[in-house]
Design a protein around this ligand. Structure first.
Ligand code: WQD
Length: 320
């Protein structure tokens, strides 16, 4: 039995469905700020993790359901918004995690998969970044994810929590047509929204020292990401591990122009992107070194930009 916070979200609902398909029973806790109840069929409790009364409510839920583990996905995750509203990000992302850990400690629930982020790395000076890189997040969103990892480590030392941090790279795609990414906050959904509005997708900078001048990222299918959470749960079953951190990516980079070319193919809409000046805080190249997750969890994801973009477009198109 798994407790999933944020399980009504775009990523969370994929993790719920993958877990159920693997035979797990799930209960979701979500504040429904961006989550959609219709995405999942398991029991769901509407709850704001950061609220003061959530510790007692979570502890009661945990005693009622005898969970084996928790997958913690609930968080605010928009980089730009985190710069504008840092207080809300620290309160919600870290306050929510803190309350969750207090409840887990109270009932003796000691298995956690934590949704972390490549944003913990900041602007690394390497193209393929490994988990031992000296993380220097450059925005409050990335800072809350790094501090969240530290919190899990400290709880492990204090009372035996076993935690696995999954640092998501650029997640996109859809495993089911009804699970489109409805938060238009990343390149692929932003480009789709522009095209649906009859506008032109924008490229933030084409003068980077990359093959085609646009930024390169590691795009991972949300279905592969969901599967990585199940691999992390299995890993936590091992008695020789208490705390670890894994990149979740493909180990292969795609440029913005390459993504937009796939979008032309998937949508059948021809367009010339509008090139704008660089966006502050964008590393030219940010891809995952995925050797650790492959070696330790036996998990890997094949780079498949075409499937990511076409599945995302199919879900967006079917949402009308
Ligand atoms: C990707 C590239 C933009 C929009 C994400 C988030 C978060 C994290 C992974 C989990 C950049 C360019 C974008 C547009 C563009 N994962 N772009 N035109 O910045 O890699 O950050 O990293 O936590 O999802 O932090 O993702 O999708 O915003 O941008 O040219 O209209 O696309 O400059 O190079 P990013 P993104």
């Amino acid at each position: 039995m798994i407790l999933l916070t944020g399980g009504a979200g775009y990523i969370g609902s994929h993790v719920v469905r993958a877990a159920e398909a693997a035979g797990h029973s799930c209960v979701v806790v979500d504040n429904l700020s961006t989550g959609l109840v219709k995405r999942i069929s398991c029991p769901i409790v509407e709850l704001e993790l950061a609220s003061p009364d959530s510790v007692s409510l979570l502890a009661r839920l945990m005693r009622e359901h005898k969970f084996d583990s928790v997958i913690h996905l609930a968080a605010r995750k928009q980089v730009g918004e985190s710069v504008q509203k840092p207080e809300e990000y620290f309160l919600e992302n870290l306050g929510g995690l803190g309350n969750l850990l207090l409840a887990m400690r109270e009932v003796g629930l000691k298995s956690l998969v934590f949704s972390s982020s490549a944003a913990t790395y900041g602007m690394p000076d390497v193209d393929f970044v490994g988990e031992d890189f000296n993380c220097k997040p450059i925005n409050p969103y990335g800072e809350t994810k790094l501090i969240g990892e530290w919190l899990g480590r400290a709880a492990g030392k204090a009372w035996g929590l076993r935690a696995v941090n999954l640092r998501y790279f650029n997640v996109a795609g859809a495993g089911w047509d009804d699970l489109a990414d409805t938060a238009v906050a990343n390149l692929i959904p932003i480009a789709f929204a522009a095209l649906k509005a009859g506008e032109t997708p924008k490229v933030f900078g084409d003068d980077y020292a990359t093959a085609d001048g646009s930024c390169v990222r590691d795009y991972v299918h949300v279905l592969d990401l969901a599967d990585a959470h199940l691999a992390a749960l299995d890993y936590l079953e091992r008695d020789d591990r208490n705390f670890d951190t894994f990149n979740v990516g493909t180990g292969t980079g795609s440029s913005v122009f390459e993504v937009l070319a796939e979008i032309r193919t998937a949508t059948g809409i021809d367009f010339e992107p509008e090139v704008l000046p660089r966006r502050a805080g964008d590393p030219p190249y940010l891809c995952a070194d995925v050797s650790r997750i492959k070696n330790e969890l036996g998990w890997s994801a094949s780079p498949d930009l075409a499937s990511i973009v076409s599945s995302a477009w199919k879900a967006v198109a079917s949402a009308n």
